[in-house]
Structures are given as C-alpha cells and as structure tokens.
Design a protein around this ligand. Structure first.
Ligand SMILES: [Zn+2]
Length: 505
C-alpha cells in the first residue's frame, strides 16, 4: 500500500498543464542532419539488403518519455501522443512494420530538456534511453524544430506542437531513425525555396556538411550517388515546407542540371511536403529500413497476429460514483475497472460535458486509478471519462462520462511527521476484520480524533478527544457492515491532520 505522499507525487507526475504555447509554425520542420554511418556503408554496398519481407508483421518496441518543466507542468496531451502513434502505425502498416508502447510511459521533469538544444538533447537521451527500444522524447522545443533523430544516442525528439493524429512529422522522424535521408539531401544548407530561381538550371552539386553532394538528375544517370542515394525517389530540391497542388506535386516545376524540367511529387514521407500530401516510402527506402531494422533492434517475437483495441464500452467507472459529492476539494481519486485488452488508460477530466476541445486535464497511466490534485476548485461540478488503450493497437473510444461535485475540505494541510508516524493495517482489510491504527513517536502527544469516511465524504464512524502521549497509541476500528470499496481515514492530533486511503475487500 503506498502512502498518501507517494500517491500525491505520482499524481503530480501524471498531470499535464494545458500550456501549449508552441505552435508548429514557429518551428523548422526537421533538424535531422547527419547521414548515418550505417547508411554510408549500405549505399556503398557493404551491407546486404534484406529484400524479402518477414513472414510476420515486425513489431518495434517504443519507449515513450514525456518531458515536462521542472515543476511537472507542460506535458504533451496524451491524446496527441497516442494519435501520432496511431498515424505511425497506419503509415507503416503497408510495409508490415508496426510499433507498440513497451512498458511504462516515463515522465521526466526538466525545464532544460523541455526546451533544448542538440547537445542538451543528447544528454537527455543518454540519461533516459532504454536499450533495444525506439526511444522517443516529447518536449516543447526539440532543438528549434518539430523533431529530429539523433544518431549518437539513437533516439527521436518530437516537439509537442508538431505531434498529433494529423501530423506526419513523427513518421518522417522514424524514417530518419531507420537511417533514411531527406529526398532533397544536400539542399538542407542552401537556404529557402524563395532564394532559388526555379527557372534556372540547378547546379551539379550542393555543398552540405563539408562535402559536395551531387544534385540528382531527372534521367536517373546519377541517382545512386546523388541526394538520398535512392533511384526510386525523384529529384527534389525543396528544403522547406511546401504545399502540394491538386496533383499532389509542388506547384512549380524545377530544372535539373541538364536543364530538364520536372515536378516534385509530395507523397514521400522523407520530403518536406506538408502532411496532407504524404503517404508513402519508396520501395528502395523500405528495403533500406527493413535492412537497418534487422541490424539493430530487438524485434518482438510475441507480437499479436491480430491486435485487438480496447473498448470504451468495457470501462466501468467506479469512483466517485456518478453524481457523488466528494469530501475534498484538492484530492479526488478516480477509479475504474481493469478493462479487457487495455494496457494503459487515458483519463480526461473537464469542467463541462464537452470534451471535444481543450479539457481541464488529461492523464495517461497503466494503473486503474489516478489522483487528481490540481486545477480543482471547491464545490464545483466536474466530468470525467476514461479511454482504455491497448499497447499494440492504440485506437479506441471513451467510456461514458461521470460527474461529481468536489468538496470544500483540503488535504494540503497533511502533516508529514504525523503521517510517517502512523500505521493503518491491514490495508487492504477484509470486511469484518478489525482495522488497527497505531502511532509511534508522534513528536508531541495531544488530543486525537478520527473519522472514517466513504468516498462521498459521509462519516461512517468517528472517535473524538482521545488523549494520547507522544510515545504513541493503538486503536481499532470495526469494519463490520462496510461493503468492499475504498474509504478514507482522517485523523487529527490537535492541529495536525492526516488522511489515509483504506481499502476493504
Ligand atoms: Zn527530416
């Protein structure tokens, strides 16, 4: 049984504030720069391509790290994070590659990592990566870009404002993770599209990262060596975000080094076309990714052949019961059932029944309860719902909506010394068994009172005015006639107060 302090800390770690100052338009698209050593060898023919696809879908384990500020605010909205993972899986399904959330979603509170430069990002990754997983960090500002892949620590950083179900930037960065370069590789350093005269013939080379990179020609004569090194990606010189026309291409044609005009298609995930244009990797890119994948990640052999999403209709909201008035204003525990096929739960709490826009708070947890300790106002009505999430198939719907009114008492006055001195056991306690309350080394003696409350804050039992010495006391509470469930034990020793959760089964 965890005590109240650790529950509170746990809840604080799960809280994200509705603070999304960063808009994707403020950021460069992608800050991935280096051609990986692996890709250099692969394109030099030193690595044998894996040309046959695996018989089974390959499952890639994701280690997700949600980064907040020092004070634990600013976490990515888990709805957006899950939406981006769903879009990733939709995008890779045609290549029989899928991604799943492996283990706990981790939370790191560091303002330095939340808004970081490349070098600080490397430090963040080396400190928090888990081996043999695809490590992904969700931050406010990933080195001034929507995202990047850093080959050294081998991890992806995504800016929160560029991460959602409608944004393919995460798919693009995963392409980099598998060692793909931009389709316009070499042009990253040229500047902006507006600085190029599209009527002019392109140069034979562009200078990038200390070397001359051949500019890809339309006739395919240099496609092995030019740009991204793939012959089935068309020439592309467009180094900043662009919108495709009705034909899915760049609105103007470009001119190659042989003066041939060509259009750039926007479908490739490794181009800088906007997300609506995108939808594929080329076959050579897919072969490179499969080959890269085989060389470096532990593949999950136990991936389900047909993952089943969790179902919101299977969620039973347990506490607070619908329409309850709860005891405390700043400490509300939300409890639901263990739901079939669910590995995580996305919990939303709001001040109205309209959950379609910004909601008061969202949480993601692998537990079946959370404690809300922030943003609640006394004597006000709140609404909450739960979305069960399967680690392999994150798409799912929400439960029904319950409501509660929170109380007027606060637990923020809890006395830590008194809390540490108290033992409430056994807990959980079997209905009918006596619950023992013991205090040792209380600091000072005084007048002890306690109340046993149900989740709605009704007092079931109480004792007042017990005189106890500083050395301690022992007392017993009957649990006869108490149905299985969660209760609260509130103790006061003079002006010091502690509240404990008690589970009867
Ligand atoms: Zn990129």
């Amino acid at each position: 049984m965890t005590n109240r302090i650790s529950c509170l800390l746990g809840a604080l770690l799960l809280t994200f504030g509705a603070l999304f100052a960063q808009q994707s338009s403020d950021l460069d698209f992608c800050a991935t720069q280096e051609r990986t050593e692996w890709m250099k060898k692969y394109q030099a023919g030193q690595i044998t391509p894996v040309t046959t696809k695996s018989l089974n879908t390959q499952y890639i384990p994701l280690h997700l790290v949600i980064v907040g500020r020092d004070d634990g605010t600013g976490y990515i909205n888990p709805v957006d994070m899950l939406g981006a993972i769903q879009l990733l899986n939709t995008s890779f399904a045609q290549y029989d590659i899928q991604f799943f959330i492996d283990g706990d979603v981790d939370f790191v509170n560091s303002s330095a990592y939340y808004d970081h430069s490349f070098s600080v990002g490397r430090q963040m990754m080396s400190e928090n990566n888990i081996r043999d997983k695809m490590n992904v960090y969700f931050v406010d500002n990933a080195a001034g870009a929507c995202g990047y892949y850093s080959p050294g620590p081998d991890a992806i950083a995504m800016s929160n404002g560029c991460t959602s179900a409608n944004n393919t930037d995460f798919v693009h960065e995963v392409g980099h993770f598998f060692s793909l370069d931009h389709t316009f590789y070499g042009w990253e350093s040229v500047g902006e599209i507006s600085e190029i005269n599209l009527e002019d013939r392109a140069p034979a080379t562009v200078f990038y990262r200390g070397e001359d990179v051949a500019v890809e020609k339309v006739d395919g004569s240099n496609c092995d060596d030019a740009a991204d090194g793939f012959c089935d990606t068309t020439p592309d010189y467009l180094m900043e975000r662009w919108t495709c026309n009705g034909a899915g291409e760049y609105r103007d044609s470009l001119t190659d080094p042989d003066s041939l005009k060509f259009a750039v298609p926007g479908a490739n995930f490794m181009s800088y076309s906007l997300g609506d244009c995108k939808g594929e990797f080329s076959p050579e890119q897919v072969t490179a990714m499969r080959t890269n994948l085989a060389s470096r990640l532990r593949l999950d052999e136990n991936g389900p052949s047909n993952p089943v999403s969790a179902n919101g209709a299977d969620v039973n909201l347990l506490l607070p019961v619908n329409n309850a008035t709860v005891e405390f204003s700043d400490f509300v525990e939300l409890v639901w059932n263990t739901t079939p096929n669910a590995d995580y739960y996305l919990v939303q709490i709001n001040s109205s029944t309209n959950f379609t826009g910004t909601v008061l708070d969202s949480y993601i947890t692998s537990d079946t309860s959370i404690i809300v300790t922030e943003n609640l106002v006394a004597r006000r009505r709140y609404y909450w719902r739960v979305r069960p999430v399967n680690r392999y198939s994150v798409d799912s719907d929400y439960s029904e909506v319950y409501r509660f009114r929170n109380g007027e008492f606060t637990v923020s006055t809890m006395d830590e010394t008194l809390n540490a001195a108290l033992t409430v056991s056994p807990n959980p306690v079997r209905g009918g068994q006596e619950l023992r309350i013991a205090g040792r080394d209380l600091g000072t003696g005084g007048s002890l009172s306690y109340q046993l409350l149900d989740p709605a804050g009704r007092v079931l039992q109480s004792r007042e005015g017990l005189t106890v010495p500083a050395t301690g006391f022992t007392d017993y509470i009957s649990t006869n006639d108490m149905p299985a469930g969660i209760y609260f034990l509130r103790l006061q020793l003079d002006d010091r107060q502690v509240t404990r959760r008690v589970v009867v089964w």
